[in-house]
Design a protein around this ligand. Structure first.
Ligand code: IMP
Length: 334
C-alpha cells in the first residue's frame, strides 16, 4: 500500500465527547460496576468484578501490599510474572489472606512459553482462577496456544490475553478462548515499541476497531491512558475495562525505588521491557522496548483511586448516563 493510501486513525487527544442533557440528581448515584451492554456484571469464577479497572502486571505498580489495596478498593490487580513461580505463589497467597469478602478478583500474569503452564498450575493449586497471558505481541500463535490449552484444561478459569492492536488480533485470542483481551500496542507511557520497532496504533483507534468484534470477550483498553478523561473516552469507544499503569504508580504505597531530590520524593515507574527491569528479572538485556521514569510522589493510592472514580462519575454525568452499560450507546464523539 502506498503511504498516501494509509488509514487515518484517532488518538485520545483528537476527540472529545459532546455534553448531553442529563437528569442525574447526584453524581454519587452513578453506578461504576463493570457490566456488559445488557447490564450484567462480569464474573471470575464465582467472584464478581467491581470497578472497570485493572492494575497492570508491572513491578512498579503491583506488589503484595498494593494488590490488597487495589482489590479491596474494587480494582482487580494482576500480580506480575517477573519473579520465580514460587515467589508469585507466595505473593498470591499473602494477598488473598488480606482481602475483604467483597474484594475484586486478583489475577496472576504468566508468559506464553513452555514453562508457563507449570507456573499456571502452581498458581491454580494455590487457588488462583484468573490468569493473564502477558505477551507484548499477543497476536501470536504461542499466545493462542497458551490460551486454548489453559481453557481446555481448566475451563472454569478466567483468562485474559494480549496485547493486540487490531480486530483480527482481538478475535484470534477471543476464538482461542480468552475471556478478556488487552487492547493497545505501543501507547504505554513507558513504552518505546514505536521508536524501536516502528509498530503500533493509537490505543483509542484500537478500541474503536476491536469494539466491532462479534465475540463476547471483554475489551480491556491498555496503554497510554493518562487521565480520567482518557478512561471515559475509552469506555465511550467500547472498552469494558481499562488497564492502568502510570496512573496507579508512584503513590505513597507503590513499589519501586525512591529518591529525594531537593526535598521532593520521587519513585521509579518503568516498562517491563526497559533495560533496568530486564537486568533485574533475567540478569541480561536483549531488545529494550521500555524506559525508566521518575515521578514525584504526590498522594496515596486511596486518594488517587477516589480521584479516579470521581472523575469517571463526572464523565458519565456529562453524557447523562447513570451506568456504564448506557454509556457506549449514548455517548457521542466529535
Ligand atoms: P500506562 O498506563 O500508559 O503507563 O501503560 C501501561 C501499559 O504499558 C501496560 O499495561 C503494558 O501493556 C505496557 N507496558 C508495560 N511495560 C512495557 C514496556 O516495557 N514496553 C512497552 N509496553 C509496556
Amino acid at each position: 500500500m502506498a503511504f498516501y493510501e494509509t488509514r487515518t486513525c484517532l488518538c485520545f487527544d483528537d476527540v472529545l465527547l459532546t455534553p448531553k442533557y442529563s437528569e442525574i440528581d447526584s453524581r454519587h448515584n452513578i453506578n461504576l460496576t463493570a457490566t456488559d451492554v445488557m447490564g450484567r456484571p462480569f464474573f471470575c469464577n464465582d467472584k464478581k468484578f467491581s470497578l472497570p479497572i485493572f492494575a497492570s502486571p508491572m513491578d512498579t505498580v503491583v506488589d503484595e501490599k498494593t494488590a490488597a489495596i487495589f482489590s479491596n478498593a474494587g480494582i482487580s490487580p494482576i500480580l506480575h510474572r517477573y519473579c520465580t513461580a514460587e515467589q508469585q505463589v507466595v505473593s498470591y497467597k499473602n494477598v488473598i489472606n488480606q482481602l475483604h469478602a467483597s474484594a475484586a478478583p486478583v489475577g496472576a500474569a504468566i508468559g506464553a512459553g513452555e514453562f508457563s503452564l507449570n507456573r499456571m498450575i502452581d498458581l491454580y493449586d494455590a487457588g488462583c482462577r484468573f490468569f493473564c497471558v502477558d505477551v507484548a505481541h499477543g497476536h501470536h500463535k504461542m499466545s493462542m496456544l497458551a490460551v486454548s490449552t489453559i481453557k481446555h484444561l481448566y475451563p472454569e478459569c478466567f483468562i485474559m490475553a494480549g496485547n493486540v492492536a487490531t480486530l483480527e488480533g482481538f478475535d484470534a485470542l477471543a476464538n482461542a478462548g480468552a475471556d478478556a483481551v488487552r487492547v493497545g500496542i505501543g501507547g504505554g507511557s513507558v513504552c518505546s515499541t514505536r521508536i524501536v520497532t516502528g509498530h503500533g496504533t493509537p490505543t483509542l483507534q484500537s478500541i474503536i476497531d476491536c469494539a466491532e468484534s462479534e465475540s463476547d470477550a471483554i475489551l480491556v483498553a491498555d496503554g497510554g491512558i493518562r487521565s480520567t478523561g482518557d478512561m471515559v473516552k475509552s469506555y465511550a469507544a467500547g472498552a469494558d475495562f481499562v488497564m492502568l499503569g502510570s496512573m496507579l504508580s508512584c503513590k505513597d504505597e507503590s513499589p519501586g525505588e525512591e529518591k529525594i531530590v531537593d526535598g521532593v520524593k520521587y519513585k521509579n515507574y518503568r516498562g517491563m521491557a526497559s533495560a533496568s527491569a530486564q537486568k533485574d528479572w533475567r540478569g541480561k538485556v536483549s531488545v529494550t522496548e521500555g524506559v525508566d521514569s521518575w515521578r514525584p510522589v504526590t498522594n496515596s493510592l486511596g486518594d488517587a483511586i477516589a480521584t479516579i472514580t470521581a472523575g469517571i462519575r463526572s464523565g458519565l454525568s456529562y453524557s447523562g448516563c447513570e451506568k456504564l452499560s448506557d454509556f457506549y450507546a449514548n455517548s457521542e464523539f466529535i
